[in-house]
Design a protein around this ligand. Structure first.
Ligand code: GDP
Length: 315
């Protein structure tokens, strides 16, 4: 999927509403701003961020006295681009890993169903394609299916997947006992270091029992990785489903409270009109969106570039 195709539904949703908002008007006035507010809120930008955008447009209109509705798109491009958090890994454009950050460790977090496994598979593919040696860690030991799915992705991409040691007989009998995710995380990073790999991507359990539980588990995983590599994890990547709108905000809040999320991947932007969530989440949490998912295929993941994204929506 290209960016423009992938954002079709969101663009159409916003565009038709925007067109309606400015129909028959030559300048941006309070009515237009009210309608604009409605457009953004219903496109899942979120109320806080919407008010921020409207406020900025209002200031520009006040400063320049007369702003025609034909300039609205330019204004929106400008202000929304400024609002979006900058990618904090500009040196990793196009999936190249700087020599001093190898092996680059990505810990991937998020609730079940958001597209975590798929995103890990797509990332492995892109990193490998860029010439990196990749290792995957199947540390979501709570779901047998997650383990198997990651193995399938590993085979597809042609990269090794580190699994937990087989269940002890005791554990097999007790459905509440699971292999330790931290042990898998440790093994994956150790293996990557041993074999001079460039990138390690570690899955985590997506079960949200409660916040304390989540926090403890993620902290433990981080700590064992640090035993192998003090700077690990370089990236704690939260995967959220862009088609769930406000739900995505709630999930982000929980994970941000539980661990130091420093990058976001927003999936399923194809086939949804709720793509405005990218703008709201990035603004509210001041965490850069690093990757976006635009389809189910192995190539349907892109590095998020805010200028291109905003241009695709409003350009
Ligand atoms: P997990 O439970 O978070 O590991 O989720 P999965 O990776 O298994 O994905 C759940 C479903 O979402 C699968 O059917 C994926 O094919 C689908 N999916 C993941 N990412 C995307 C995306 O960017 N676009 C679309 N359309 N589907 C996606």
């Amino acid at each position: 999927e290209t960016l423009d195709n992938g954002l079709d539904k969101t663009r159409q949703g916003m565009f038709s509403k925007l067109k309606h908002a400015i129909a028959g008007k030559s300048k941006i006035d309070d009515d237009v701003l009210d309608e604009l507010e409605e457009v953004f809120v219903t496109s899942d930008v979120g109320v806080e961020t919407t008010l921020k955008i409207i406020d900025r447009i209002q200031q520009r209109v006040a400063r320049d006295h007369y702003v025609g509705t034909s300039e609205l798109n330019d204004l929106l491009c400008d202000e929304i681009t400024k609002l979006l958090a900058d990618n904090n890994n500009a040196d990793m454009e196009d999936f190249t890993v700087p020599a001093d950050k190898k092996p680059y460790v990505i810990m991937v977090v998020g609730v079940n169903g958001v597209g975590k496994t798929t995103t890990i598979g797509k990332l492995a593919y892109q990193f490998k394609k860029a010439g990196n040696r990749v290792v995957l860690g199947a540390a979501d030991t709570f779901r047998a299916a997650a383990d198997e799915q990651l193995e399938i992705w590993g085979q597809r991409v042609g990269v090794p997947v580190i699994h937990h040691d087989h269940y002890e007989d005791e554990e097999k009998k007790d459905p509440n006992k699971h292999p330790d995710p931290a042990a898998v995380a440790y093994k994956a990073v150790a293996k990557a270091k041993e074999e001079n790999a460039d990138v390690v991507i570690v899955d985590t359990a997506g079960r949200l029992h409660n916040n304390v539980n989540l926090m403890n588990q993620l902290t433990k995983m981080k700590n064992v990785m640090k035993k192998v590599l003090p700077e690990a994890p370089h990236e704690i990547l939260l995967v959220i489903d862009g088609s769930t709108g406000q739900n995505a905000f709630e999930q982000a809040k929980q994970f941000v409270a539980a661990t130091e999320v420093n990058a976001l991947a927003v999936t399923k932007l194809d086939g949804t009109a709720k793509g405005g969530v990218v703008i709201g989440i990035s603004d509210q949490f001041q965490i850069p969106v690093k990757y976006i998912g635009l389809g189910e295929g192995i190539e349907d993941l892109q590095i998020f570039r805010k200028n291109e994204f905003v241009k695709s929506l409003f350009g």
